[in-house]
Design a protein around this ligand. Structure first.
Ligand code: PMP
Length: 388
């Protein structure tokens, strides 16, 4: 019996992906198999994963305090955690912030802590897996999924929901991670007010990217104070790891008292916390990196379009290069890799079967010559495989 169990595991994992092993930092280039490859698909939007100031901040903190922490509610809240939460709240123009150990954990905390079985969650069909899992964790019975960005269907769902006279939560990704398009946040806010619903946005791909100096999608749409729960991650633009929620102080205090992910798991380590804090300070001081990211994004998209590639509906640095089918997406990516460009294929189940693509993401650490190298290799293979 047990042998069968393990045999079944081995069988179903067969043909799975073996990740590339990287032996460099996450900069404009990665070293894989001893060779330098253009890093054309990471979410380190601002290059902070290898930033000199952040490295120094982490090293200083290690020298002073070591590495490990503890439960935040017992003996694990370090002054660095407090400083990080204060800095994030200030940066986001929010009343308060709570930091957890990852964006995934944070989405789970954000939903599970405030939503009970009898409440209602209304969620965009393309929301991130961590939101889907968070909804499952909450065990909510009334779960409505609306078509991607379809505010008319959202309103129909709200009309149904309001009859139940329970807490209603509308949850959406801010930037959708596969297509790079934006949630219709202003319309969502209007509907939420009309039907007395709470709103939550997962801004993992908007932090450090959208809004003034990278303050995120709420700033981009000038909706400060109108979204109840803003979730962010520290693992993308901030270059480290961890996640955070910002919102009203009363809400954040509640999370700190009741969230299982906060209560029953250790706090972010000392170097992670010091590094993230330095990242927030860098963004508070200057919008230079965010501007460079957007210059690179606009240039890249313009050049890809000029060459005849279909770059989908993206409004952000996430640039899908649509492929006719999954096989071609894989082959295209393998050929790029052989030419020292690292851009992974995105296929089912990450996207629908007929929506295979290569997802290119420029960063502020790319120089024009790096972008040109990547574009030239895309052109070469695009022509060879007759994608353009
Ligand atoms: N939300 C979204 C939209 C994401 O893309 C990701 C990361 N891929 C997460 C949450 C999870 O963040 P983390 O990697 O910090 O756990």
């Amino acid at each position: 019996m047990i042998t069968d169990f393990y045999n079944n595991l081995a069988e179903s994992a067969k043909g799975g992906k073996t990740p590339y092993v990287i032996t460099s930092g996450q900069g404009a280039y990665l070293t894989i198999d001893g060779k330098k490859k253009l890093n054309f698909c990471s979410s380190h939007y601002l290059g902070l994963a290898v930033n000199e100031r952040i490295r120094k901040a982490a090293k200083r903190a290690i020298d002073q305090y070591g590495i490990g922490t503890g439960y935040r509610t017992l003996a694990g809240t370090h002054s660095l955690h407090v400083q990080l939460e204060e800095a994030i709240a200030r940066f986001k123009h929010a009343e308060a912030a709570i930091v957890l150990t990852g964006g995934y954990m944070t989405n789970c905390a954000a939903i599970q802590t405030i939503i009970g079985k009898e409440d209602i969650v209304i969620s965009d069909e393309l929301n991130h897996a961590s939101i889907i899992d968070a909804i499952r964790l909450s065990q909510v019975k009334n779960k409505f999924i609306y078509k991607h960005k379809d505010v008319r269907e959202l309103e129909d769902r709200l009309k149904e929901a309001v009859k139940l006279q329970k807490t209603i939560l509308i949850v959406t990704d801010g930037v959708f991670s596969m297509d790079g398009d934006l949630a219709p946040l202003p319309q969502i806010v209007t509907l939420a007010k009309k039907y007395h619903a709470l709103t939550m946005v997962d801004d993992a791909h908007g932090e450090g990217v959208l809004g003034k100096g990278g303050r995120g999608i709420v700033d981009h749409f000038n909706l400060h104070g109108q979204i109840d729960i803003e979730v962010g991650t520290l693992s993308k633009a901030f270059g480290v790891m961890g996640g955070f929620i910002t919102g009203k102080k009363v809400l954040i205090d509640f999370y700190k008292q009741k969230s299982r992910q906060f209560l029953f798991s250790n706090a972010l380590t000392i170097p992670d916390t010091a590094a993230a804090l330095e990242g927030v300070k860098i963004l508070e001081e200057s919008d230079e990196l965010v501007k460079t990211l957007w210059n690179n994004t606009n240039y890249l998209k313009k050049e890809f379009k000029k060459l005849g590639f279909d770059t989908g509906q993206s409004q952000t640095p996430i640039t899908p290069i649509m492929m006719p089918d999954e096989g071609l997406a894989r082959l295209f990516s393998a050929k790029l890799f052989a030419l020292d460009v690292f851009a992974t294929p995105i296929v089912f189940p990450m996207v629908a079967k007929d929506k295979a693509r290569i997802r290119v993401i420029p960063s502020a650490s790319h120089k024009k010559k790096d972008l040109n190298f990547g574009i030239q290799m895309f052109e070469r293979i695009g022509k060879e495989l007759k994608v353009i």
